[in-house]
Design a protein around this ligand. Structure first.
Ligand code: MN
Length: 128
């Protein structure tokens, strides 16, 4: 096993943050989280995550706007961002991709398949 991948989860819900942290730490990832856009930008700059999980519904700046901002930030445009959202209305997947998200995970999060879903994006990045 090489260096642990660092994952940043941006999510305003405390219970979701704790759940995902617990699951992914148990799988050997190094976890960080942020509850809003400002905190997320600080963490991105300090920890340089390998992948970002992005809640969409957040107060202040939503996940679409924050994704667009990160993708436009020099040095971070290539960090994979995976939207995590309960928005199941038609068009939400497209909106995530338009904002620059690399993929989409639906809430409620399928804990048993979370690692598998995340690995897809980490593997793709390492082959670039
Ligand atoms: Mn939320």
């Amino acid at each position: 096993m090489t260096e642990k991948s660092i994952i940043l989860y941006v999510e305003d819900n405390h219970d979701n943050r704790n759940l995902v942290r617990r699951v992914l730490e148990a799988e050997g990832y190094e976890m960080a989280d942020a509850s809003n856009a400002e905190d997320a930008m600080k963490k991105i700059n300090s920890i340089h995550p390998d992948l970002i999980l992005m809640d969409i519904n957040m107060p202040d700046m939503d996940g679409y706007a924050l994704t667009a901002r990160i993708k436009a930030t020099p040095g971070f445009g290539n960090v994979p961002i995976v939207a995590v959202t309960a928005n199941v209305m038609r068009g939400d997947r497209e909106k995530s991709l338009e904002a620059g998200c690399d993929g989409y995970i639906q809430k409620p999060i399928d804990i048993d398949n979370l690692t598998q879903q995340i690995e897809r994006f980490l593997v793709r990045q390492s082959h670039d």
